[in-house]
Design a protein. Structure first.
Length: 310
């Protein structure tokens, strides 16, 4: 044979490539195969001292993380609810206090004032009865009075205010808040029985008996009747000053400044607060004495003037 077709029986040439047959090794059986273990992660909670509430947090996991988020949201909602609830309680309490204050101001002060005024009026009427007693003739009526002492009864028939006690001074607590009319003594003003002068008085328009409740609706010519141990004094109103400063003391001068009078005489001045629910200004009415009727005679017919507020 001349070719190398088969190549059998000849040693390999150094130029021929060498082929390596890989070694076949038996694979280990499953029992002999090396098992690779994944270490188990175990959560060890820290000591209790590390938790402010004394309880460890649960082992972290996806489920626990959701639970903590839900718990945090729940706590925030509870805090908001507590704040809103507390605010609501404050509003309710404040509303109750305001309601009680309104009831006290608009109703209870009038109840207490009417009670005190009626008691004072009864006491003054007893003085009138003593003056008319058989042993009284010849005795001079009392003319000087202590502070907050009652000495007269005032009626304003046109606005339905009858037999309101008149007391010495204009102290708010001892006189005006008792539902009475107060007689100005600082500066001093005249008494009805004085030969000349201005009998100036003040009273509440709202609350505490409201003696001058509708004084702003009185008209020129309306009457004011003052009953005293010296007799019945009947006045007619001449002019209203709707608003003036509280410091305008000229309104109660012997000859009132801004009034309808130009010379000394026997006058009356009624003063009260305005606007109706405030004391920012003063409302003034001036009048003059029409006549004096004896105490032991019939009551003046002016007491029966029509009441425009019935």
């Amino acid at each position: 044979m001349n070719g190398d077709e088969g190549g059998f029986g000849r040693p390999p040439s150094h130029d021929a490539p060498t082929e390596y047959i890989p070694r076949i090794t038996d694979s280990p059986s499953p029992s002999e195969a090396q098992t690779e273990y994944i270490p188990k992660v175990v959560y060890t909670p820290p000591p209790p001292s590390q938790f402010p509430d004394g309880e460890p947090e649960p082992e972290p996991s996806f489920g626990n993380r959701s639970s903590r988020t839900a718990a945090r949201v729940n706590r925030q909602a509870q805090r908001k609810l507590l704040v809103l609830s507390s605010f609501g309680e404050v509003l309710i309490t404040l509303g109750a206090v305001l309601a009680l204050y309104v009831v006290y101001t608009l109703w209870w002060t009038n109840v207490e004032a009417h009670k005190a005024a009626n008691a004072e009026a009864n006491h003054i009427q007893q003085q009138f009865q003593q003056q008319l007693a058989p042993t009284a003739p010849g005795a001079a009526p009392k003319s000087a009075f202590a502070p907050s002492e009652g000495f007269a009864l005032m009626s304003l028939p046109a606005i339905g205010k009858m037999n309101v006690p008149v007391m010495q001074g204009v102290d708010e607590e001892k006189v005006l808040d008792k539902g009475a009319v107060g007689h100005y003594t600082t500066p001093a003003t005249a008494m009805p029985w004085d030969p000349v002068g201005n009998f100036a008085v003040a009273a509440h328009r709202r609350t505490h008996g409201e003696p001058f409740r509708y004084i702003n609706q009185m008209r020129v010519g309306d009457h004011v009747v003052v009953e005293t141990t010296h007799g019945w004094y009947v006045y007619a109103l001449d002019k209203e000053l709707p608003q003036t400063s509280p410091e305008n003391m000229g309104t109660i001068a012997p000859v009132p400044q801004g009034g309808p009078f130009t010379k000394p005489g026997k006058y009356i001045t009624l003063t009260t607060c305005t606007p109706e629910w405030a004391s920012t200004y003063r409302l003034i009415w001036w009048g003059h004495l029409v006549r004096v009727d004896p105490l032991n005679g019939p009551p003046p017919p002016e007491l029966k003037d029509p009441n425009r507020h019935t």
